[in-house]
Write a protein that binds this ligand. Structure first.
Ligand code: ATP
Length: 328
């Protein structure tokens, strides 16, 4: 049976990701098209607690599809992890007669959504929005495609200078627990080596790999270091490699937050639009506690619980092996 949902609120939470605005636009307009009153919650779960919930119309989301970041802002909100914080959030939603909540974010955001919907009787739909691409149930998360393209553009530029000076560059990319950005950007930029959170690579192993390149007269080398690599970040790795490997001048670049920003790629705009559209339709069908995601080229749903249980990016050993082979 279709529930009688009249008022839906949407929020973005955790790390911002390019494509969130395209998604917000789709959520708001799909709701309005279906006769639902739509609301935006500012600053993620913090906005629920602060009652920063604003009515939105079709024009509230004009001209945002091409913008990075999120017009609703985002936040990391510790208070939402407490019973008191959740109760305040629920009372604020009730006071505005909100009868459905759509959350866009990563695994932390989904953990909050799961806990909240276990406690209170309010339908919740999740949309995977994180550059990490680490949520089970969607081949791609919103923002990942733009982020990896930003990373590749930066590496290409570094390659020009590395090659001119016979340099060895260590480039640190985002991914505390997931090496997806690191591995894919290493393949796409032709990097000589990649260090991932999911697999420990010793300095000795890395040097052996770099020596192979030096012995075949490579004029530069690029090592992609995921920020979550267990032996340390790019500076630590560069230091220990430098001690026993002096073929090149060694440099370090931390790409940092530039990986989060920028105009979303066409892929992320389309993905954001599809996921936002699907999230509202699922809610209006009476679905709850599910994440909408992309599998193959189909939009489908996964229980939030399952998306969380299986959330880690599984190391694709074949791709790692391929990176080694292609960088000889
Ligand atoms: P990203 O993957 O980009 O970091 P994320 O959604 O995983 O995004 P987090 O900072 O981990 O980002 O989580 C976002 C917010 O979700 C937290 O600030 C908090 O408000 C909420 N949250 C996380 N864990 C819980 C929890 N156990 N209970 C309630 N709320 C939670």
């Amino acid at each position: 049976m279709k529930p009688n949902i009249k008022n839906i609120a949407v929020l973005t939470s955790g790390g911002d990701a390019p494509g969130m605005n395209a998604c917000i636009r789709a959520v708001i307009r799909t709701g309005i098209y279906n006769g639902v009153n739509m609301f935006g919650v500012m600053h993620g779960y913090q906005g629920l607690i602060n009652n920063n919930i604003i009515p939105m119309n079709a024009r509230s989301v004009s001209n945002i599809i091409h913008l990075g970041g999120t017009i609703l802002k985002t936040a990391r909100c510790l208070e939402f992890k407490t019973d008191e914080g959740m109760e305040t959030a629920y009372q604020n939603l009730k006071s505005q007669n909100i009868d459905g909540l759509i959350v866009i974010g990563g695994d932390g955001t989904f953990t909050g959504a799961r806990n909240f919907s276990n406690k209170y009787d309010i339908p919740v739909i999740g949309i995977p929005g994180t550059i990490d691409n680490d949520l089970y149930g969607s081949d791609f998360t919103l923002g990942y495609d733009t982020a990896i393209n930003t990373v590749i553009e930066a590496i290409d530029k570094i390659r020009d200078t590395a090659d001119s000076h016979d340099r060895l560059f260590f480039i640190e990319v985002m991914g505390r627990d997931s090496g997806c950005i690191a591995l894919r950007s290493a393949i796409a930029s032709g990097a000589e080596a990649v260090l991932l959170p999911e697999r420990f690579t010793s300095t000795h192993e890395l040097i052996t790999q770099l020596e192979l390149g030096a012995s075949t007269k490579k004029s530069s080398s690029i090592v992609i270091v995921s920020e979550g690599h267990k032996a340390g970040g790019a500076y630590d790795i560069a230091k220990s490699v430098k001690e026993s490997f002096n073929h090149y001048d060694t440099k370090v670049t931390i790409l940092g937050h530039l990986q989060r920003g920028g105009s979303p790629s066409s892929f992320d705009r389309i993905l954001g639009s599809r996921l936002g559209f699907a999230a509202v339709n699922e809610m209006l069908k009476g679905n709850t506690r599910v994440m909408v995601g992309l599998r193959g080229n189909e939009i489908n749903t996964t229980k939030i619980e399952d998306a969380l249980k299986n959330h880690n990016f599984k190391l694709e050993s074949d791709l790692l092996e391929m990176t080694k082979v292609l960088s000889i």
